[in-house]
Design a protein around this ligand. Structure first.
Ligand code: G
Ligand code: G
Ligand code: MN
Ligand code: NA
Length: 249
């Protein structure tokens, strides 16, 4: 609870920052987008991981304040890039917020950014406890032109029936499967099925957590369209992301 108090001041004190990790197309290793990831550099606690403070923020309305800060920073940064999209993580409570669609649209439109360059990353948890409502929200977002990605795919409670119903642009294969690919037949089989599923439904498929050349080659062979992970690039500061956005690999 100490963290909660510190966190609400962190925004005002400028202790939060976004880092950006490239998402690249398999063939030319062209950078198509960057995932925005929040960091808290606290003078008191040191580097606090979002895995630690996002769940705390989710227990109060702080998550909305934090989320708005992330959207605003992400769109401002996006404007400096030659064409890539920014992919922003939204927690289930943010996604289920009253008037979520209008709220995000307003902030993105006010910044003069095309919704097509803004990707909303949600997890299966955000969708699957109120499927009807989620379907409506996703439909509206799609109508406005936003990109939608399902994050950590394969770890939640998705049913294929629901996947078909939803308007999704992108499936992100959870990094635990990518990590297991070279060791276990089961993980490799799951990775292959997700790639086929995504392709058959016309979605982009991003493999997360690519850490080795062997994984990169295996994913390419399997027909995975996009890659993300330390082997390609670690999450980086805004200045470095800008250089890479212009120069490429
Ligand atoms: O970057 P890292 O692996 O430390 O992120 C840990 C978790 O925090 C991940 O699940 C990631 O999706 C989440 N996360 C990172 N940035 C944000 C953000 O801006 N908003 C939300 N809601 N979650 C984020
Ligand atoms: O839950 P989500 O997929 O949004 O979390 C993304 C997290 O994964 C980020 O915190 C990011 O720092 C981390 N990440 C990105 N690439 C790699 C990787 O290659 N290996 C590992 N272990 N983590 C990664
Ligand atoms: Mn993510
Ligand atoms: Na993920």
């Amino acid at each position: 609870r100490q963290i909660e108090g510190g966190l609400s001041e962190a925004i005002a004190k400028g202790e939060l920052k976004l880092v950006f990790q490239p998402i690249v197309a398999r063939d030319q290793l062209e950078i198509t987008g960057f995932e925005a990831l929040i960091r808290w550099c606290s003078p008191e606690y040191g580097m606090v991981s979002p895995g630690m403070f996002i769940p705390i923020a989710e227990e109060s309305n702080l998550i909305h304040e934090l989320g708005d800060w992330v959207i605003d920073r992400a769109v401002e940064t996006l404007k400096t890039w030659p064409g890539q999209y920014v992919s922003v993580n939204f927690s289930p409570r943010q996604f289920r917020r009253h008037n979520f669609v209008a709220h995000v649209m307003e902030r993105v439109a006010n910044a003069g950014v095309e919704p097509g360059r803004f990707q909303i990353e949600i997890t299966e948890t955000a969708i699957f406890d109120d499927v009807e409502r989620a379907a409506e929200t996703l439909f509206k977002l799609r109508q406005m032109g936003f990109r939608i990605a399902l994050d950590d795919f394969g770890t939640g409670y998705s049913s294929l029936y629901n996947i078909r119903r939803f308007a999704l642009d992108c499936l992100k294969i959870d990094r635990s499967f990518v990590d297991g690919m070279g060791r276990e037949r089961e993980s490799a089989a799951i990775v292959h099925s997700i790639i086929h599923l995504g392709r058959a439904l016309g979605m982009e498929v991003v493999a997360e957590g690519v850490e080795t050349e062997a994984q990169l080659q295996a994913l390419r062979l399997a027909g995975c369209s996009h890659l993300q992970g330390y082997y390609l690039a670690r999450p980086m500061d805004v200045e470095d992301a800008l250089v890479l956005a212009n120069r490429g690999y």
